[in-house]
Design a binder for this molecule. Structure first.
Ligand SMILES: NC(=O)c1ccc[n+]([C@@H]2O[C@H](COP(=O)([O-])OP(=O)(O)OC[C@H]3O[C@@H](n4cnc5c(N)ncnc54)[C@H](O)[C@@H]3O)[C@@H](O)[C@H]2O)c1
Length: 298
């Protein structure tokens, strides 16, 4: 299948491109930044906010499916207005072009930050957090992702031939980051595991980039198993912590105290059960075996 990946040069995008190539797809990556990508991948260096460049990318890729990852990927990395404008503008432009160009599926990267944790008043109705749990974004990045989810639902209402969906990857860990390369926050994975305050910011969630990439591949390969506008969480099955987080989580987020008892069996704070049920997605790379495989384990 011909697949256009936006943001294919990024932390997650490089794994998405590799996994799609390994599964036999014909991949075009469009990104403002260059990257070393597998042989056979066509690259388009373009700012996709430029309408002419966007059209050129679609004309070259002629995609049957689109994986939209491009954007500002970290909260507070850029001024708020820029984060909102870039992320929401890109999503509308890329996803509506996917529909207009006849793609049969298009999936965008959202984020668990849409749930709105890290405010003093945020309290989950229940744990683990699934896709039915209400969202309550509070910063520009989380809001941009919530608007992207609404964009997907809006386009899905009038796009009978293109199944539009969103995936919410957890804290993405690229293969080299298990081996000690700095993560998106600048620390290593071993440091993130050793200091619970670091992982508590994202409620101890994480996902290996290759596992997340496999879910993106399953989504575009199986549009008939999904409904337009569907949202799927994509997190590892366990928390990024040495043990269960039923008592650890309330230490950093006191309003979770009642609901956190449900995590005593060692499960993650987020549920990715919907992706397993719909597509058979089972993330297999956990921090225990990935860090053990390196010399970086504390
Ligand atoms: N990394 C995570 O932990 C995480 C978690 C949840 C969701 N996400 C989302 O997944 C996606 C990918 O994240 P990532 O970690 O790979 O980010 P990244 O910053 O490594 O990659 C994003 C890519 O988008 C490209 N890009 C930005 N603006 C562009 C534009 N106007 N035109 C073309 N390309 C543009 C960048 O050059 C970059 O290569 C993002 O949408 C991010 O919000 C990431």
């Amino acid at each position: 299948m011909r697949v256009l990946v936006t943001g294919g040069s990024g932390r997650l995008g490089r794994s998405v491109v590799s996994v799609l190539v390994d599964r036999g797809h014909q991949v075009t990556s469009a990104d403002t930044a260059p990257a070393q990508l597998p042989a056979g991948v066509e690259t388009v260096t373009a700012d996709l906010l430029d309408p002419a460049a966007l059209e050129e990318a679609f004309a070259r890729a002629r995609p049957e499916a689109v994986v939209h990852l491009a954007g500002i990927a970290v909260p507070f990395a850029r001024p708020d207005v820029e984060t909102l404008q870039v992320n929401t503008g890109l999503a509308w432009a890329v996803l509506s072009a996917a529909v207009a160009h006849g793609a049969h599926s298009a999936v965008a990267a959202s984020s668990p930050t849409v749930y709105g944790y890290n405010t003093p008043s945020w309290a989950p109705r229940y744990l683990p957090l699934d896709e039915d749990h209400p969202v309550a974004p509070w910063h520009a990045y989380g809001l941009s992702k919530s608007i992207i989810e609404d964009t997907v639902r809006a386009l899905a209402r009038t796009s009978p031939t293109c199944v539009l969906t969103c995936v919410r990857p957890g804290y993405v860990v690229a293969p080299e980051e298990w081996e000690g390369a700095p993560t998106q926050q600048g620390h290593t994975m071993a440091e993130r595991l050793a200091d619970p305050a670091l992982a508590a910011v994202s409620l101890f969630n994480y996902v290996d980039a290759r596992d997340a990439a496999e879910l993106f591949a399953l989504v575009i390969e199986n549009p008939a198993r999904l409904r337009g506008g569907q949202i799927l969480n994509a997190m590892a099955p366990d928390p990024l912590a040495p043990g269960p987080v039923d008592t650890l989580l309330p230490r950093y987020h006191p309003t979770t105290a009642g609901a956190a008892a449900a995590l005593a069996d060692g499960r993650a704070v987020f549920s990715s059960e919907a992706a397993r049920t719909a597509l058979g997605w089972i993330p297999t790379r956990t921090w225990r075996e990935q860090l053990r495989a390196t010399t970086d384990q504390p």
